[in-house]
Design a protein around this ligand. Structure first.
Ligand SMILES: [Zn+2]
Ligand SMILES: [Zn+2]
Length: 417
């Protein structure tokens, strides 16, 4: 259909996380923005009006039809789609995570208006005004949410997730230390230890071996075994990227730049789909040479690629020796097919899946068990919930939650969670 004659009746948002959102018309293919964003966009974000970035592929898409009336859900009287941001950098409250875009628009506008009215203000006065505006805008949005919410902010609770995914919960009743030290809060054989160490030791007494896991050993495993296909210079979307050395950063010394070939969509679901054939080829030619993956061979590759994978591992913050040792242990303990399943899972959406891995890995003969350790008041993070769901649906690794019950103090009865 000719875009000029099209009513753009059916549009899809390319990326809910852009401030000025772009929409593609399903009928004519034109890419446009909604008229309700025109005033703000032209005033404050004029550099974001010519192209959008597709969420899944990070591909840049030119805007072909500018601003058009009544494109967004709000202007069409449809419910808004919630696009909560991750709980990062000062965006910790639910209001801030769900209303990040509304908060930004209002703050920016009020701040610019204040500065226009106070052209001679000093930097300190501007900063103080910005602070005041931030607080009042947040209050405004809170009131708006109470009276006529734009988004449904319900997110499943830890208990709902554990029930939905049928997670076995094992309860411990340790003695809590009267004077906890940093990270060490429970008593084991007379010394104060961390909850993880406590649980690991309980399992060790039943014949299990235990290793602290969390996410970084998985990043090291991924970087070491996948660098060849990630850094493939024949990937048409590969480009040279530079970043500061993580080792130097940690040592506090000058940060030499590290250069590597990195696809511009690395870590997105789009990369996973686009490079599926190359990844399959990598698995077949490198890992399954005689049809089946072999542990000794994976260990050999892991050692052999330790050096050449250094750049990618630095990029992923998976460069420390202790994490490499734990990554190697994963290959020693998990079956080769499990290792490949983990790599395939990660490469399909690395930035969406690299966090949330459980605290402990346990093994006993051929059995393995991953364990997330929680004190009774701790909640699962959003990343941990996503991992539990994905593990249930995709990875299917034996998993358990170890819950450390803290006796309620002075007879007060705490609500059960
Ligand atoms: Zn159209
Ligand atoms: Zn609109």
């Amino acid at each position: 259909m000719n875009p000029a004659a099209c009513a753009h009746a059916s549009v899809n948002c390319l990326n809910q996380y852009e401030l000025i959102r772009k929409y593609r018309c399903a009928d004519c293919g034109a890419v446009m923005m909604c008229g309700c964003d025109e005033g703000f966009g032209r005033r404050f974000l004029s550099h974001q009006l010519a192209q959008g970035v597709e969420l899944e592929t990070q591909e840049r898409v030119p805007v072909t039809a500018g601003f058009q009336p009544a494109i967004c859900n709000g202007c069409r009287g449809l419910p808004l789609v919630a696009a909560p941001g991750a709980a990062i950098h000062g965006r910790t409250s639910k209001i801030k995570r769900f209303y990040w875009r509304e908060l930004y628009f209002r703050e920016k506008e009020q701040q610019a208006n204040w500065e226009a009215q106070n052209p001679d203000a000093s930097a300190e006065q501007k900063a103080a005004a910005a602070k005041r505006i931030e607080t009042s805008v947040l209050e405004e949005i809170k009131r708006l949410h109470e009276t006529s919410p734009l988004y449904d902010m319900h997110e499943p609770s830890s208990a709902e997730i554990l029930k939905r995914y049928d997670v076995r919960v094992e309860t411990f009743h340790p003695e809590f230390a009267a004077t906890p030290e940093k990270g060490a809060v429970v008593i084991l054989d007379g010394s104060v230890v961390s909850p993880d160490a406590f649980v690991a030791s309980k399992y060790e007494r039943q014949g299990w071996s235990a290793m602290r896991l969390e996410s970084v050993p998985l990043h090291a495993l991924f970087g070491t075994l996948m660098w060849l296909v990630i850094e493939d210079p024949s990937d048409p979307r590969s480009r040279m990227a530079a970043f500061g050395s993580r080792t130097a950063y940690e040592a506090g010394t000058q940060r030499p730049l590290i250069w590597l070939n990195l696809p511009e969509d690395f870590g997105t679901p789009g990369f996973g789909r686009r490079r599926k054939a190359a990844v399959d080829e990598h698995f077949d030619s490198m890992f399954r040479m005689d049809g089946a993956a072999d542990r000794e061979w994976l260990l050999h590759l892991f050692d052999y690629w330790r050096g050449p994978s250094e750049r990618l591992r630095q990029y992923l913050w998976a460069h420390r020796d202790a994490d490499m040792d734990r990554a190697r242990k994963l290959i020693e303990v998990l079956s080769p097919d499990t290792i490949l399943a983990i790599l395939e899972y990660l490469v399909g959406n690395y930035w969406g899946r690299y966090l949330g891995w459980p605290d402990l890995m346990l093994w006993r003969q051929d059995e393995i068990l991953l364990v997330e350790v929680k004190s009774s008041s701790d909640k699962l993070s959003a990343e941990q919930m996503r991992w539990i769901a994905d593990n249930h649906d995709v990875l299917k690794l034996p998993f358990r939650l170890a819950k450390l019950h803290r006796p309620s103090r002075q007879g007060t009865v705490k609500a059960r969670d």
